[in-house]
Design a protein around this ligand. Structure first.
Ligand code: DGY
Length: 316
């Protein structure tokens, strides 16, 4: 049976697929595969392992005549037309859990980098402006005793909340359902979105991208934020209206913003690039050796388990 992988992933996973009797082909270049090349290579495959940069739409799905499983190398799967795949009897899997800690670590990294003005500090040094210690130089905010607002209390939201709680923050969250563990262990309180935006000093987003979450933070509700608010997004770019975000940050209506994801990735809105009080990362939430190896292995195991025994590990 044949598997096609749209980019070179961790070799351990490729070996695992081959050790389990599968013929593996990999797109050699380290950039998104052009649609025409993808279509040419997947006609007779049994399994596809794509990345979140590959749009697996109806045309791609139709071009695979015998594919049975699409095992996304990501926890998010908005790049795949899951409904259409289902109609074509193709199962879709993702890689939950294994990147929870790395992403939560990055959310906290951004929270601290923003609140303690890490990159502005480095710039001051690079610009030769660190002449002497000053009582008011680059003052930021502590996390202790602040309200840390989590939007989306799933796995990554909960892991981020745990970290913020360990820093002494009070945890509030907005989520579809109650997270009993967070309420019990972290004394977290569930509130409406508007209330969360209105009371939080830090806001961290942990929800998927879909039609319901598109521009969840927008012109109308971004107005509710406190002046010292720090917004962190390690989820998906289109959850926040970037134009409006740039406007309020430029006007000094919030303290800082930390982004790992963008509305039109890899393009970053030019207004955001001009601002100082913003920390920008190139979508590296899961970029640890541990997480990426585990993601590759989980994608590979989903394929092997499904093709050999009909049991995917993490179907979406
Ligand atoms: C995902 O998996 O959805 C992340 O955004 C990248 O690891």
């Amino acid at each position: 049976m044949k598997v096609y992988i749209t980019r070179k992933i961790q070799s351990k996973a490729i070996k695992y697929l081959r050790d389990n009797g599968l013929t593996v082909s990999v797109y050699k270049e380290d950039k998104p595969i052009p649609k025409s090349v993808l279509i040419k290579n997947i006609k007779n495959i049994d399994a596809l392992i794509p990345l979140l940069t590959d749009k697996i739409d109806e045309e791609i799905i139709d071009s695979m005549t015998k594919c049975k499983i699409i095992a996304n190398f990501a926890v998010g799967y908005e790049n795949i037309d899951v409904d259409y795949a289902k109609r074509k009897n193709i199962i879709v899997t993702n890689t939950p859990d294994v990147l929870t800690d790395s992403t939560a670590d990055l959310a906290m990294t951004l929270a601290l980098a923003c609140s303690r003005r890490l990159f502005e500090s480095r710039k001051l040094i690079d610009d030769g402006k660190f002449k002497h210690w000053k009582p008011n130089l680059l003052l930021g905010y502590e996390i202790k005793d602040k309200i840390f607002g989590i939007i989306g209390a799933g796995r990554i939201g909960e892991a981020t909340a745990k970290r913020a709680y360990a820093f002494g923050a009070k945890i509030f969250y907005h989520s579809r359902s109650v997270n009993n563990k967070m309420e019990k262990d972290l004394n977290a309180k569930k509130v409406s979105l508007n209330k969360l935006l209105n009371i939080s000093d830090f806001i961290s987003l942990h929800i998927p991208s879909n039609e319901k979450t598109f521009h969840l933070l927008n012109k109308d509700n971004l107005k509710l934020l406190k002046r010292n608010a720090v917004i962190i997004n390690t989820a998906r770019g289109d959850i926040i209206d970037e134009v409006e975000l740039a406007k309020i940050l430029k006007k000094g209506k919030i303290f800082s913003v930390g982004l790992d994801v963008y509305e039109n990735e890899p393009k970053i809105h030019p207004e955001l690039l001009k601002l100082n009080k913003i920390v920008l990362m190139p979508h590296i939430g899961s970029a640890t050796v541990e997480a990426r190896t585990a993601m590759a292995m989980l994608a590979a195991k989903n394929v092997v388990n499904f093709l050999h025994w009909g049991k995917p590990i993490t179907p979406v």
